[in-house]
Design a protein around this ligand. Sequence first.
Ligand code: HEM
Length: 151
Amino acid sequence: MTTGGNTTESLFDHVGGRAGLHRLVATWYPRVLADPLLHPLFGAGSPSHVEHLTDFLAEVFGGPTVYTDELGGFPALLEAHRGKRITEEQRQRFVDLFLAAADDAGLPSDTRFRTALLDYLRFGTEVAVQNSHATGDADLHPCQEVPRWNW
Ligand code: HEM
């Protein structure tokens, strides 16, 4: 039970736990696969993407650490983006589709949550873009672990 102004509630709880995040990612992913700008990166898609991204975001937002404990953790994330050479236009489209999916999946619309979501998406996509262009470890983004996002 939470009330307005409760600063101890995690983002994970605020979005309705794993079920809320799963709804968000499952709404977003088909749109990514159908997007002409993103298609060259994602192709026909991967059957595990929705589950893995849901578990990753759950961990970032203060939920269980399934991504680190069972799905390879940060090294798996790094590997997934390496060499993809994501453009700024593709990064922006990825974020835009996420924000639209947050609306359509009925995620909370309060400004505090939406600001935190956008801040994280900006950060996370910048990490992914930098790492996708790295030709050696020295070029990688300094964030080398699954972040825990405070709000
Ligand atoms: C907040 C930013 C991001 C997060 C949290 C994220 C997270 C993930 C995760 C968890 C995976 C799956 C890794 C696994 O299987 O364990 C993945 C794969 C992938 N990501 Fe990202 N990603 C982000 C940004 C981006 C961006 C901006 C792009 C391109 C526009 C992108 C393109 C891809 C591709 C092409 C794959 C591999 C193919 C696939 O699994 O379908 N990612 N990402």
